[in-house]
Design a protein around this ligand. Structure first.
Ligand code: NAP
Length: 541
């Protein structure tokens, strides 16, 4: 190091979920000092905040985990195929305990601001509990962490509990017998509704856009299945690293709908449907996400299989997605969503086409057609994906550039890791990283970032300065790939994946759609080539 200035820590990261834990492991292994701050009172990230009834992972448990320790993989046992938030939370405690990570974690500590200091080359991190400096500042805040709260007229007048789904009261909420409104019908509501409806007095879902939904098919873990998983972990990890979605799936399967007789297509779809999970998309046909006609055939199949579970034809009509192709929005996985609409105590209101919400009142929700009375209102209205965490606090780079301002029109990055204008700043799954099974992407990012820091240490560089040209190239490549996908088709692809759910921002490409496996290769190639996307520099003066 040519810089003399000492920092409190080599690395400060914000966020003690999978990303924070992963960073602690890889940073410590590289001999770096690290402190992870989190405003929550516990580790867990998503699984600390999302405690709504039914919250569970949509990835199968055995590859929704950290893979840096073979011992941990062997020693932890999952109870079900898709663990609920409590079990995921327990797993993360198990990792932190077994790896003695607690000394590196500071909870109940909200980071208020992060500023790059031109003179020292250090980041100054201001928290409610004091100021700290570090050489490398890392956002580990999660890709889907900052809630979007719509501004309904009269929202502050409602007399009962009203909260975002990711802020379900941590002390629990007795909703038995209560009248509940759920606004939104994405993955969160699809998980929440079947559980809440069992004991609530009644539940009304206010839906703006209908979704294509696929079965999850929950299963108990059995001793035989666990044994098989644990005997094959190297292959499972390799499959995840080689899959477009970072999941341990077999693909490509080598057949297309276009080249398969129609009867055989239906037979294969029928055979795969009861297996559940995103496997249905990735283990049936290779062309269903690229060939519009193949996509239409599968979309129709999905609609038939799901809607036939609903008795009322009008509800079926409301639950039918229109104007966008299958998989152009992230399909939720179903744990009993459709039959729940056959219950006496469950109602669906179409606020997209028939009766938009006008206001929230002291006692409920008024649409253009009528007033509905409620005791509890849940806003399952989604998140500011990819950029929300970083934009929620002021992060200032060179010349006081605010990250939030830089991203006003384009949320540009280099591989979701670097942002031009922000030296020695890294993001885990920042904007324009792929959307994939998150623990895999997180670990790949953590390895890449720590390798970059190791190189800087070994070669005595003060600063890692992302190149503007490299960012322009990544933004262009990301946009170009997006144009070729289903997400760019149809006029109703109103997805958080493009930030289309934000009132104050224009839609933009937030995701690298070139495939997680391709992206992981790119990270590896970049590291092997000495990180050509950044300039390594000494401190000025
Ligand atoms: P979401 O998919 O963004 O759904 C939000 C819902 O709220 C949509 O139905 C949206 O309608 C509606 N909405 C938003 N603003 C509204 C407004 N002003 N008025 C009326 N309706 C409004 O959010 P989510 O369900 O929380 O899921 C987000 C993502 O988180 C998922 O796609 C998934 O990746 C992740 N997630 C994962 C899991 C899991 O893996 N287990 C579970 C839950 C969530 P429009 O569709 O019309 O915008």
């Amino acid at each position: 190091m040519s810089s003399e200035q000492q920092a409190d820590f080599d690395v400060i990261a914000v966020g003690a979920g999978f990303a924070g834990l992963s960073l602690i492991h890889y940073a410590r292994e590289a001999g770096l000092s690290i402190r992870v701050f989190d405003k929550a009172s516990d580790i867990g990230g998503t699984w600390t905040w999302n405690r709504y009834p039914g919250a569970a992972s949509d990835s199968e448990c055995y590859y929704y985990c950290l893979t840096f320790s073979k011992e941990l993989l062997q020693d932890w046992s999952w109870s079900v195929r898709y663990p609920g938030w409590e079990e995921n939370h327990r797993y993360m405690h198990f990792v932190a305990d077994r790896c003695n990570m607690w000394p590196h974690i500071q909870l109940n500590t909200q980071v208020l601001a992060a500023d790059f200091q031109e003179d020292t080359g250090l980041w100054r991190i201001r928290t409610a509990g004091g100021e700290f400096t570090c050489r490398y500042f890392i956002s580990a805040m999660g890709m889907i962490s900052e809630p979007v709260i719509p501004e309904f007229k009269g929202m502050d007048t409602f007399k009962g509990p009203l909260f975002h789904s990711a802020r379900w009261p941590s002390e629990g909420l007795d909703y038995a017998g209560k009248r509940i409104a759920i606004t939104g019908s994405g993955a969160t509501t699809v998980q929440m509704l079947p559980v809440v409806a069992q004991t609530a007095g009644n539940v009304t879902v206010f839906q703006r856009t209908a979704n294509f939904i696929m079965p999850a098919v929950q299963k108990q873990m059995t001793p035989e299945w666990e044994k098989e998983i644990k005997a094959n972990y190297d292959a499972i990890i390799a499959k995840c690293r080689n899959h477009v979605f970072g999941m341990a799936f077999d693909s490509p399967v080598g057949r297309t709908i276009a080249d398969t007789p129609p009867d055989e297509v239906q037979r294969i779809l029928e055979e795969h449907w009861p297996r559940g999970s995103f496997r249905f998309v990735f283990e049936t046909f290779d062309d269903l996400l690229t060939n519009p006609e193949s996509n239409r055939i599968v979309g129709e199949f999905v609609l038939r299989k799901t809607l036939e579970q609903v008795n009322d034809p009008d509800v079926r009509e409301m639950l039918t997605p229109k104007g966008y192709p299958f998989f152009a929005k992230r399909p939720p996985l179903d744990h009993g969503f459709f039959p729940t609409f056959n219950r006496e105590n469950v109602k669906l209101v179409d606020i997209g086409n028939r009766e938009p919400i006008v206001e929230i009142t002291e006692t409920g929700i008024r649409t253009t057609k009528q007033h509905y009375e409620f005791d509890i209102i849940v806003l399952a209205t989604g998140f500011q994906a990819y950029t929300g965490g970083q934009e929620a606090l002021p992060i200032r780079g060179s010349n006081g550039l605010l990250l939030r301002d830089k991203w006003e029109d384009v949320s540009g990055s280099i591989m979701g890791v670097f942002a031009a204008g922000f030296p020695n700043f890294f993001m885990i799954t920042g904007p324009q990283a792929p959307f994939a099974n998150l623990p895999v992407s997180i670990e790949e990012n953590a390895i890449y970032i720590v390798n970059c820091i190791k190189k800087m240490k070994a070669e005595g560089h003060d600063l890692c300065v992302p190149k503007a040209a490299a960012e322009e190239a990544w933004v262009a490549e990301t946009a170009d790939i997006h144009r070729q996908t289903l997400m760019a088709q149809g006029d109703k692809v109103h997805s958080w994946m493009m930030g289309a759910n934000l009132a104050n921002r224009s839609p933009r490409v937030l995701i690298y759609f070139g495939g997680a496996n391709v992206y992981y290769d790119k990270l590896r190639q970049s590291a092997e080539a000495g990180f050509p996307e950044v300039e390594f520099e000494p401190l000025a003066g």
